[in-house]
Design a protein. Structure first.
Length: 345
C-alpha cells in the first residue's frame, strides 16, 4: 500500500487502508525490537511551511540552503512534487512544484493518477536525480519515474527539471509495489534502488549511471519483509555510517490522522544490498526491525523518512492545528557505542 494519499483524500485513503487491514491479520509488533536514546529532549519542530508528507531531504552545508521535496497535493501544481527551502534547516518556505503540470505519459501509464508521491533526490557527479512514484491508493499498478537537474537553485539560469521517464514499474500479481524509491551507492560507486510497500515487502534493483535507470539485466530481489498478513512495511532508505549500511523503513499504518501507527525501524548490514538484521539479530526478511521512532510528545506516529548529512527527515501525525494533520520533522541522528542509530526521546 502506498504511504501517500493526497491531503484532501485522507478519509478515502483511510477507508481503503482499513478495508485491506480488515482482510489481513494485524501487524505483529512483537517482532520489532527497540533501542532507547539517553539524550536530551528532541529539538523543536521546524517552523514555517511544514505540511510536508514523505520528505526527501537535501541538507545544506555551511552557507548553503537546505531543501525538502514532498508528496504532491491535488490542489497545488496539478499534484506535482512540492518543494521547500530553508536557510538553516529549521524555518521552511514552500517554493513551488517541480512542474506546473504532470507529464502526460504518466496518466497514460497509470489511469487515475492524481498526485505524485514520495520523492527522493540523489546527487551524482553534479546532477540531481529526482525519483518519485506514480500510483493510485491501494493499487499495485505503479511506477517509479525520474527527473534530473544540474542545480537546486531556482535562480540559476541552468535550473530546469528534465523529465527522464520511467525507471521501474509493477503490475498486479508482482510480488512488489513499485513506489517509495530510495537510492544508495556501494563502495564501488554502483547505484542501487530500494523500493516497495506492502505486498511481499521491500525489494531492491541495481541502477546504472549516468542515466540513473535500471542496469541491463537487472532483477529485483527482496531485502525486508514483515512476515505478516498486511505486511505493513514501506518507505525504504539506505544510508552508510561507519562502514556499515542501515536500512530505514516505516512500519504499520500511515495516513489515518491521529489513528496512524506509523513508526521508523532500522536494520544493519555490511553491504547496501544486505542481508540486514536488527539489533537483536533478527533478519529483516524474517520480520526484524529495530524501532527508533514512533509516538513522541504530541506526535502519535512518524514515518516516510529520508536521510542527508547525518540528519533524518520524516513526517508526523498529531493533534496540531487540525487533529490528524501531518508535519515535517528533522533532527540529527545519534549513535550508540555499538553502532545503532537513535533519536532523542
Amino acid at each position: 500500500m502506498p504511504r501517500t494519499p493526497a491531503p484532501m483524500a485522507a478519509a478515502a485513503a483511510a477507508a481503503a487502508l482499513a478495508a485491506l487491514a480488515a482482510c489481513s491479520p494485524a501487524p505483529q509488533d512483537a517482532t520489532a525490537s527497540a533501542v532507547s536514546a539517553d539524550s536530551a529532549a528532541p529539538p523543536p519542530p521546524p517552523t514555517g511551511d511544514t505540511g510536508v508528507h514523505d520528505p526527501g531531504l537535501v541538507a545544506g552545508g555551511p552557507g548553503e540552503d537546505w531543501h525538502v521535496f514532498g508528496t504532491g497535493d491535488l490542489n497545488i501544481g496539478d499534484g506535482n512534487i512540492r518543494m521547500f527551502t530553508s536557510s538553516d534547516g529549521s524555518h521552511w518556505e514552500e517554493t513551488g512544484t517541480v512542474w506546473d503540470a504532470k507529464p502526460a505519459w504518466l496518466s497514460e501509464e497509470i489511469p487515475g493518477v492524481e498526485n505524485l508521491w514520495a520523492p527522493e533526490v540523489y546527487e551524482h557527479d553534479g546532477t540531481y536525480y529526482l525519483y518519485y512514484s506514480a500510483s493510485t491508493f491501494g493499487s499495485q499498478r505503479s511506477l517509479i519515474a525520474l527527473a534530473t537537474n544540474t542545480t537546486l537553485d531556482p535562480d540559476d539560469p541552468d535550473y530546469e527539471w528534465v523529465d527522464r521517464g520511467k525507471v521501474f514499474e509493477s503490475h498486479e500479481g508482482d510480488p512488489y509495489n513499485a513506489i517509495d524509491p530510495g537510492i544508495v551507492e556501494d563502495s564501488d560507486g554502483n547505484p542501487w534502488m530500494a523500493f516497495g510497500s506492502h505486498w511481499q515487502g521491500i525489494y531492491m534493483v541495481p541502477l546504472a549511471w549516468p542515466d540513473g535507470k535500471t542496469a541491463d539485466g537487472a532483477e529485483p530481489f527482496k531485502i525486508a519483509d514483515r512476515q505478516d498478513g498486511a505486511n505493513r512495511i514501506e518507505a525504504p532508505y539506505i544510508a552508510e555510517h561507519g562502514g556499515d549500511y542501515y536500512l530505514y523503513v516505516s512500519f504499520d499504518a500511515c495516513c489515518e490522522g491521529t489513528d496512524s501507527t506509523y513508526k521508523i525501524a532500522v536494520g544493519r548490514a555490511d553491504e547496501p544490498t544486505g542481508p540486514f538484521t536488527d539489533a537483536d539479530g533478527v533478519p529483516m526478511t524474517e520480520g526484524g526491525g529495530t524501532v527508533i521512532l514512533a509516538d513522541r510528545g504530541q506526535d502519535v506516529a512518524a514515518g516516510g523518512q529520508s536521510l542527508s548529512e547525518g540528519h533524518i527527515a520524516y513526517h508526523t501525525y498529531g493533534p496540531y492545528g487540525t487533529p490528524g494533520d501531518f508535519r515535517l520533522g528533522i533532527e540529527p541522528v545519534q549513535w550508540t557505542d555499538d553502532g545503532w542509530p537513535v533519536l532523542a526521546h
